[in-house]
Write a protein that binds this ligand. Structure first.
Ligand SMILES: NC(=O)C1=CN([C@@H]2O[C@H](COP(=O)(O)OP(=O)(O)OC[C@H]3O[C@@H](n4cnc5c(N)ncnc54)[C@H](OP(=O)(O)O)[C@@H]3O)[C@@H](O)[C@H]2O)C=CC1
Ligand SMILES: CCCCCCCCCCCCCCCC(=O)OCC(=O)COP(=O)(O)O
Length: 328
């Protein structure tokens, strides 16, 4: 018995020793090796991204405020050659002035070019595309960012309002994309980015025109991605949740007037600078799509796809609650 116990003890000691040997000779080197490979991979990825963005001709629509303005700062700092688009030439000039004061000692930065046009006017969009190609010769990255939101009940909203939202958020961006696409196909190089929304994946009550325009955006750019892959053209769709911008202030309502209220959700959203960094990194890594949202909007997207009936019930309850709050 004593002999058995002592042999058990020594067997345990031998096993412990073998385990320690295995840890020091295999597990620890493997762990450090994997960490090293991962760090090297990330470094190479970062260097490739920097090289891709440096000197790239990047067109940004809606550069006069919010996310577009922050994207302009991020891509300018990355050394891209910017074409800043907007409706207001004074705001664009101010931005160019602001960018000129941003020094980046490690990067060669460029003075941006500006183009003024209204996305809801197709003729000016086509003229703008011509001007961009004439001035810069080509476009490497087009960021379709500009957009407006909407607040209203479907029953009270005139069709002219639906059309205005679709023209700004959908027809304008696709007109600009189509106008620049042939030159990208010719060069067999290019990257088209669409700033969509979580509302491109789910519809919430009293946002019909906006959610419809963003669903259309998602569908169009998903088709485009498939069609242009053979020409080495990338398409990235970015779907943010709430961002702290003027989007709700500038939203149009059922009668076409400005909403003029800063929504609580918008005010408490991510900062535009944070989201712009996500856009920069997604573009740099040529990601196909990115969701930039908190837990609830992200869960809502999964809920819509996995348990649609439950999602529809939640949305109907939300609509009743909102209408009651408005009426009282
Ligand atoms: N804020 C948010 O919570 C979210 C925003 N998004 C999307 O992000 C994008 C940027 O919006 P955001 O920065 O938040 O909002 P802002 O209102 O701050 O910016 C919108 C930009 O679009 C421009 N714009 C609007 N209408 C037109 C038009 N007809 N022609 C040309 N430019 C136009 C505006 O120009 P001007 O200065 O002349 O008005 C402005 O530069 C939009 O596509 C929006 O749908 C997506 C998810 C969430
Ligand atoms: C266990 C699962 C819980 C899931 C809860 C689902 C019900 C909650 C719905 C939440 C809806 C979130 C919508 C997010 C919308 C959004 O982020 O949109 C961004 C925008 O484009 C903002 O535009 P807006 O003009 O609407 O401010």
């Amino acid at each position: 018995m004593v002999c058995f116990l002592s042999s058990c003890g020594s067997r345990k000691t031998v096993q412990k020793g073998k385990l320690m040997d295995l840890t020091s000779t295999v597990i620890i080197p493997l762990l450090f090796g994997s960490l090293g490979i991962f760090a090297l991979f990330r470094l190479l990825q970062w260097m490739r991204m920097r090289a891709y963005l440096q000197e790239a001709v990047v067109v940004i629509t809606g550069a006069t405020s919010g996310l577009g303005k922050e994207c302009a700062k991020a891509f300018h700092a990355a050394g891209s050659k910017l074409v800043l688009c907007g409706r207001d030439s004074e705001k664009l000039k101010d931005l160019v002035q602001q960018l000129s004061t941003m020094t980046n000692h490690r990067k060669n930065t460029h003075k941006p070019h500006t183009v003024v046009f209204d996305l809801s006017d197709t003729k000016t969009v086509l003229n703008a595309a011509e001007e961009i190609l004439r001035y810069l010769g080509h476009v490497d990255i087009l960021i379709n960012n500009a957009g407006i939101s909407f607040r209203g009940t479907i029953v009270d909203t005139g069709l002219d309002v639906d059309k205005k939202v679709m023209e700004t958020n959908y027809f304008g961006p696709i007109a600009l994309t189509k106008a620049l696409l042939p030159s990208m196909i010719k060069r067999r190089q290019g990257h088209i980015v669409a700033i969509s929304s979580i509302q491109g994946k789910i519809s919430i009550p009293f946002r019909s025109a906006y959610a419809a325009s963003k669903h259309a955006t998602q569908a169009f750019f998903d088709c485009l991605r498939a069609e242009v892959e053979q020409y080495n053209i990338d398409v990235t769709v970015i779907s943010p949740g709430y961002i702290q911008t003027n989007l709700s202030l500038n939203a149009i309502t059922a009668d076409g007037s400005r909403y003029g209220v800063m929504d609580k959700n918008t005010a408490e959203g991510q900062t535009a600078a944070e989201v712009a960094q996500v856009v920069l990194s997604a573009v740099g890594q040529k990601k196909k799509e990115v969701l930039v949202a908190g837990l609830t909007p992200s869960l809502a997207v999964y809920l819509r796809n996995l348990f649609p009936r439950l999602f529809f019930t939640l949305m109907a309850t939300r609509a009743k609650k909102e209408r009651k709050a408005k009426d009282s």
